[in-house]
Design a protein around this ligand. Structure first.
Ligand SMILES: [Fe+2]
Length: 423
């Protein structure tokens, strides 16, 4: 039985009849999170448009023949390394009847064979063989003019930066460097440049919310000091500490950065504003859990970078990971988390990173709060009529900011979004 009766919130109206309220970026209409038509346009214009989408870390496909099943938007793709070491990304869709033919999450293969009619593809995604192509004993089979090379799965444009593989359906997309812009490129390179990665593990979970809510969550430092008891109580992020939101010029990418400061004085006023999250006097029984081993050339102890439209690069103290967003219609997303360290890490550092990884993931000390908040948001959107949200904090700014108490980067994102989506 549904929890509350469904009310039409405009999600079923044609897009042509939906208008952004008063053209005002401080107001976000609920229907951008619930409309099927909006979601279809997002697929076409964002995920299949002029974007670079994350698909894999090279460390996941280290050898010739290594492959990984991945997604661009919700479209299944295969990321593979051929015998010459070149990385290919192509649709995981059999040219015959559309079956997602590679079924293993990752592994090593000489080729891929569709389970249904055994059509076979090589590591670069070329169709190599069709059983009974000439029929059996002179009967049946494909037409005489059938050519294998006319039936390759769609190949995507590929770019790799410091071991991170991105793909695009667009042939005209700008370089990844131009796409990210100088400031976000710099933050990206802090994590990846010159270091070989070591994969430490994976998580996967489904969130009952629209995929854009995850972007908003990481462009909204305001919630961090109010929702996350762990973050505030153990002073990973508290109002008053040094922090920044570093946006690119387009408004689509951003890095939420902060510097842990154990000596910061929490005034009575600040503590009372954060009263739901800040628990005075609480202590960890294992204080080493939150140790920060200085290892990066950066003033920030935490950076959460979100690269439009589907990648989060997480550097929270010494726990490193990427999160890959796979939208599942307007009302859900799948999150694929990959935790990693560096190839030259000591066994102690591996252990430290794995321990700190408990902060994140489906039930992480921090991650779990966001997962739940995103569901609460979506429930609100689904069961309201003509609803809209307000994002007015720090009204004089749009984009980068130095304070946690701001929604300036959420507004910057929606300026970009409305341009691309033409709504
Ligand atoms: Fe959060």
């Amino acid at each position: 039985m549904p929890d509350t009766p469904f009310i039409d919130d405009g999600s079923n109206l044609p897009l042509s009849e939906l208008r952004w309220p008063d053209d005002d970026l401080t107001r976000i209409p609920d229907w951008i999170y619930t409309s099927d038509e909006v979601f279809q346009r997002e697929r076409e214009r964002i995920f299949f448009g002029e974007s670079w989408c994350f698909v894999a870390l090279e460390a996941e496909i280290p050898d010739p023949g290594s492959f990984k099943r991945s997604y661009v938007g919700d479209v299944p793709v295969i990321v593979s390394r051929d015998q010459d070491g070149e990385v290919h990304v192509f649709e995981n869709r059999c040219a015959h009847r559309g079956v997602e033919f590679c079924r293993d999450l990752r592994g090593k293969a000489e080729n891929f064979t569709c389970p249904y009619h055994q059509w076979m593809y090589d590591l670069s995604g070329k169709l190599m063989a069709v059983p009974f192509r000439r029929g059996d004993r002179g009967e049946g089979g494909m037409p005489k003019d059938f050519k294998l090379e006319d039936h390759n799965p769609k190949k995507l444009n590929v770019t790799i930066r410091h071991g991170v593989v991105f793909a695009s359906f667009s042939e005209t997309v700008e370089s990844l460097e131009d796409y990210l812009g100088p400031d976000n490129l710099e933050q990206f390179d802090v994590v990846f440049k010159g270091r070989k990665l070591k994969i430490l593990g994976f998580y996967k979970n489904r969130l009952q919310g629209n995929w854009k809510l995850y972007h908003e969550n990481l462009k909204d430092p305001y919630h961090a000091t109010l929702l996350h008891v762990y973050l505030a109580t153990f002073r990973l992020m508290v109002a008053g500490q040094k922090s920044a939101m570093i946006c690119d010029e387009s408004g689509r990418h951003s890095t939420m950065a902060s510097a842990k400061d154990d000596d910061i004085e929490i005034t009575e006023e600040t503590a009372s504003q954060m009263k739901s999250a800040f628990r005075e006097g609480m202590e960890l029984s294992d204080p080493e859990f939150l140790n920060y081993v200085q290892e990066f050339d950066s003033p920030w102890t935490v950076t959460m970078q979100i690269i439009w439209p589907n990648l989060i690069v997480q550097r929270e103290l010494n726990t490193l990971g990427i999160r890959h967003i796979v939208p599942r219609g307007p009302n859900a997303l799948d999150m694929y988390w990959t935790m990693f360290g560096y190839d030259d890490d000591t066994p102690e550092m591996d252990k430290h990173r794995l321990k700190q990884a408990n902060l994140m993931g489906p039930s992480g000390y921090l991650g779990v709060d966001d997962n739940e908040a995103i569901k609460f948001l979506q429930d609100g959107f689904k069961h309201s009529q003509d609803g809209e949200g307000i994002v007015k904090l720090e009204p004089e700014k749009e984009g980068s900011t130095q304070t946690l108490i701001s929604e300036a980067s959420v507004r910057a994102l929606y300026r970009h979004y409305r341009e691309v989506m033409d709504i």
